[in-house]
Design a protein around this ligand. Structure first.
Ligand code: SF4
Ligand code: SF4
Length: 122
């Protein structure tokens, strides 16, 4: 069971990012969020959503889902090889993984605040 994102519904409003940061720090601290809007450099108006899980970095893009193992991303960051998507993956490595807001009675904050129901648990 984990957070799933439908990137085709996402409007890049960043409400999930703010909600997650608030859950982490009791303030709107975007740097603490484990879910972030991913903006591609290669295309204009192109975006998806990136989620850090315990073992994986999940990148939900309009054309599909990419799942990268955290260990592999770390290795790539240390080496010469860098995929375009890894450019914004680095800051994610330092963040806490999604805990499904397990300490909150109401459940995942990102789901509650997404205005287009692009996030769900499966
Ligand atoms: S479920 Fe909670 S911890 Fe996980 S991404 Fe959503 S707001 Fe962040
Ligand atoms: S809250 Fe929903 S629409 Fe807004 S950025 Fe997050 S996934 Fe996309």
């Amino acid at each position: 069971m984990g957070i799933k994102i439908d990137a085709l519904k996402c409007t890049a409003c960043m409400a999930c990012e703010m909600a997650c940061g608030y859950h982490r720090d009791d303030a709107f601290a975007l740097l603490s969020s484990c879910i972030v809007v991913y903006r591609g450099r290669e295309k204009k108006n192109y975006f998806g959503v990136m989620l850090k899980e315990e073992e994986n970095l999940v990148i939900a893009r309009p054309e599909g889902l990419e799942i990268q193992r955290i260990g592999a991303v770390e290795e790539a960051e240390q080496g010469e090889e860098k995929a375009e998507s890894d450019a914004s993956a680095k800051p994610m490595l330092l963040r806490e993984a999604c805990d499904l807001c397990s300490d909150l009675e109401g459940g995942p904050m990102c789901i509650k605040f997404c205005p287009v129901d692009a996030i769900f648990v499966d």
